[in-house]
Design a protein around this ligand. Structure first.
Ligand code: GLC
Length: 409
């Protein structure tokens, strides 16, 4: 596939060198002091996020394959080096010392000396390995990780996985969780109580569900899990995602929760994320694109897609309502979301729209640098600077032909 029509070679080159500079600066290698285990990974943003975050590493590995493929493997092998004997891998791995101070109250650790959190992040590892390294079925640690998820997070036996806190979805303060976790949602003062309670229940989904929840079956988390299953050649999870979470009336996917919230869920980009599934029924994909994603009032703003539909009352570009605490995923555009919905545009043959999305995203990234997220009206970079996974813009600027199949064979 050639470069999007409106992108010049010089822009593609500038993007590549910006991404390479940022990723190299964020790279960290060493050995853990306590047990001499070697690590190598891309810090999401050195000043703000010094540790290894699970899904950040998956995205960074995907970006590294274009620059220095050795690092893709090293990055994902570091996740595997942190793995527990039962297959679990945490949301954040503290290679260079555990969190302190305020973070002790908000991080999902079971003790002050924990080497990683006891919570998960979206399981994109097998998919990332397939895209950036090779065949994940040959990697026992990846198989063990998938088995852990199936054994510990499939609440209803239909294959879908459930999360015990909003941050397990990677979409932290997304308003889709407001009605589910209420005053204990992420970045709200009550979140520390949620963390305290879940520590007591050892982040064990079944114990938490039995204690009254909340637990949530989140759409995007299951999309990434489904892509990992597909990367391993396991039966598709797409039929279950459609059956349980697709609503024919609105043409959108909705999260499930226990207890069930009494108010209507907020429309966020997660409702569109099944676009990344290569076997999503075409009619559903077209509705997601034509009725929702391309709506210039809701998602298709100058730098799309917004993380929340812009007509929702909770949509906000104000990310620092509480001093010192950022509320993420409540409006601005994130590059991993743009890339995931772009896969659907490419697959379904929306060529012009896919190119337009690439052009707008790449322009914002080139103008501001790699930021954590972007103002969807102006493209201004927001949140943490030198943010690694925004390097996924390279995949949109210079598409790999396999993007039309979500990189799966
Ligand atoms: C924020 C994001 C989360 C990400 C982390 C590190 O908490 O919401 O998805 O993994 O930062 O970049």
């Amino acid at each position: 596939m050639s470069a999007p029509a409106a992108l010049h070679e010089a822009e593609i080159e500038a993007l590549r060198s910006l991404c390479e500079r940022t990723l190299r600066r964020n790279w960290l290698e060493g050995v853990r002091a306590a047990d001499r285990v070697a690590f190598a990974y891309t810090r999401p943003s050195p000043a703000h996020y010094p540790w290894q975050w699970f899904w950040d590493s998956c995205f960074a590995a995907i970006a590294w394959r274009r620059l220095d493929p050795w690092r893709s493997r090293a990055e994902l092998e570091s996740l595997l080096a942190a793995q527990r004997a039962d297959g679990f891998i945490g949301h954040t791995i503290f290679w260079s010392g555990a969190p302190r101070d305020l973070r002790l109250f908000t991080y999902n650790v079971l003790s002050r000396s924990a080497t990683m959190t006891a919570s998960i992040q979206p399981p994109a590892l097998a998919w990332a390995w397939r895209i950036a390294v090779g065949d994940p079925t040959q990697v026992p640690g990846i198989l063990a990780h998938q088995r852990w998820l199936a054994a510990n997070r499939d609440l209803e036996g239909d294959g879908l996985i459930w999360i015990v806190q909003p941050d397990e979805s990677g979409l932290d303060a997304s308003p889709q969780f407001d009605a589910i976790w209420g005053s204990r949602a992420h970045s709200r003062p009550g979140f520390v109580l949620l963390v305290r309670r879940n520590r007591r229940l050892r982040y064990d989904m079944r114990r938490i569900a039995a204690a009254g929840g909340p637990v949530c079956c989140e759409v995007m988390t299951n999309v990434l899990y489904a892509l990992s299953r597909a990367a391993l050649g396991e039966p598709s999870l797409t039929p279950a995602i459609v059956e349980r979470m697709y609503d024919e009336r609105t043409g959108l996917f909705w999260p499930l929760a226990r207890p069930e919230p009494s108010t209507r869920p907020v429309v966020t980009w997660a409702s569109l994320s099944p676009l990344a599934l290569p076997d999503l029924p075409e009619a559903i994909g077209r509705r997601l694109v034509e009725e929702h994603l391309l709506d210039p009032l809701r998602f298709w703003l100058p730098v799309p897609p917004t993380s929340v539909s812009a007509v929702e009352p909770t949509f906000s570009l104000e990310d620092a309502t509480v001093p010192g605490i950022r509320r993420y995923w409540r409006g601005p555009t994130w590059i991993n979301s743009a890339w995931l919905v772009w896969l659907g545009l490419v697959r379904l043959g929306y060529r012009e729209e896919a190119d337009e999305l690439s052009r707008r995203v790449v322009s914002a990234v080139l103008a501001s640098g790699l930021y954590e997220y972007y103002d969807p009206y102006t493209g201004r970079g927001m949140g943490a600077a030198t943010f690694a996974w925004s390097a996924l813009a390279m995949d949109m600027a210079q598409p790999d032909p396999a993007a039309a199949r979500s990189y799966l064979v």
